[in-house]
Design a protein around this ligand. Structure first.
Ligand code: FAD
Length: 349
């Protein structure tokens, strides 16, 4: 939206100045918090420090005590305070009550920035909250910064199928909202000595006004199988593996290392493994302790999804392959002989 001029601009500035603080929605489900919430508190801390404002965590859930326990953890990960709303209608995630309570909190306390994980739940919730608040939402971000000119959030995300990165600033509306991909931000270290406030928010939402009921909870086994973003070790294969039968060498090494299997885009396009294994700009972002890339050239679209791995080992028969420019260790040679040798060596040890 273009910025108005004159007195209208002044009025707008006054209205925007009424919004203060950075908020992170802490995603709680079935006794657990999604790790992306802690990553966002680490990043939120940096944004709040840059703006010289407070960082708040927002926790919604059932009144069973478990949710409250996570307030301390949120404070240890960098929050100054925690807004807590507990009520039976918030037991299982449903858009209507979650959306209503989060919107109510925002209207009452007026944060300038609101961050959520780009998870299934976070995407669903962010969209409806932004629509109700009539504010801007930048979805699926890979970078956050403060834009000094507008004293606001500059959120970066891939666009046009991943071929461009664009940075978006919500100018005339608050809060500025963003969802952020898991594993893009570093996990902060917890400081058990940090203390903060907990502000409890009463929930008045009635079960009778919700048109959905949760009848049964069925875990998605496939999600557990391809938990790439949070894997400690990943063995990835690329087009250099040549054929689907050869890709088994990647899976064999992954098995002995207790690793997840990853792949570059041509492997997904060839149908050798499922799309949930794709690493890169239009796939998953990963941050394992060890990333082994075999037969992968290191194109920028692959690199942006994995170059924050602690240790990268590249296996490629071309000594000039770009992946050797950023891998920590490189093996120049044929993946078809090197992978079985590694599998055997790790099996013996
Ligand atoms: P290649 O680039 O073909 O490299 C194969 C490598 O294997 C070569 O370096 C070769 O030397 C080596 N090799 C060959 N034989 C052997 C052997 N026997 N032993 C060892 N090494 C061998 N790509 C992604 O991976 N993820 C994405 O999310 C992604 N998103 C994209 C989004 C857009 C909009 C676009 C345009 C592209 C995207 N790509 C993505 C594609 C990307 O540009 C590259 O084409 C792709 O990463 C290349 O995959 P590769 O390294 O497996 O294949």
């Amino acid at each position: 939206t273009p910025r108005p001029a004159g007195r209208r601009a002044q009025k707008l500035d006054e209205r925007l100045a009424g919004y203060k603080g950075v908020w992170v929605f802490v995603e709680y489900e079935r006794g657990q918090v999604h790790p992306v919430s802690w990553e966002l508190l680490g990043e939120g801390r940096k944004l709040a420090d840059a703006l010289k404002v407070e960082l708040a965590a927002v926790l919604l859930g059932p009144p069973d005590g478990a949710v409250r326990g996570f307030c301390d953890q949120a404070i240890h990960y960098g929050a100054d305070l925690c807004y807590l709303a507990c009520h039976p209608v918030l037991k299982d995630y449903r858009n209507a009550p979650y959306s209503a309570v989060l919107t109510e909190l925002v209207n009452r306390y007026c944060p300038e920035i609101l961050l959520l994980g780009a998870t299934t739940l976070g995407r669903d919730l962010a969209g409806s909250v932004a629509t109700t608040l009539k504010t801007g939402l930048t979805a699926d971000c890979t970078g956050l910064a403060i834009d000094p000119e507008n004293r606001g959030l500059a959120a970066t995300r891939p666009t046009f199928g991943g071929s461009l990165l664009c940075t978006i600033v919500t100018l005339n509306y608050r809060p500025q909202m963003a969802t952020i991909r898991p594993r893009v931000m570093a996990m902060p270290s917890a400081d058990a000595g940090r203390t903060g406030r907990v502000i409890e928010h009463p929930v008045t939402f009635l079960e009778e006004s919700i048109i959905t009921k949760v009848l049964e909870f069925i875990p998605d086994d496939r999600a557990a199988e391809a938990n790439l973003p949070f894997a400690d070790i990943i063995v990835s294969g690329g087009r250099g593996m040549k054929r689907q039968e050869n890709f088994r060498l990647i899976q064999d090494l992954a098995r002995v290392l207790g690793a997840e299997v990853g792949a570059s885009r041509p492997v997904i396009q060839a149908g050798w493994v499922g799309a949930d294994r794709q690493v890169g700009q239009s796939g998953k972002t990963v941050r394992p302790r060890l990333y082994i890339a075999a037969g992968i050239s290191g194109a920028v679209q692959h690199r942006v999804g994995m170059d924050k791995s602690d240790v990268i080992i590249a296996i490629n028969e071309d000594a000039n392959a770009p992946i050797f420019d950023f891998a920590h260790y490189g093996i120049v040679g044929n993946a078809m002989t090197i992978l079985p040798a590694l599998t055997q060596a790790f099996t013996e040890h």
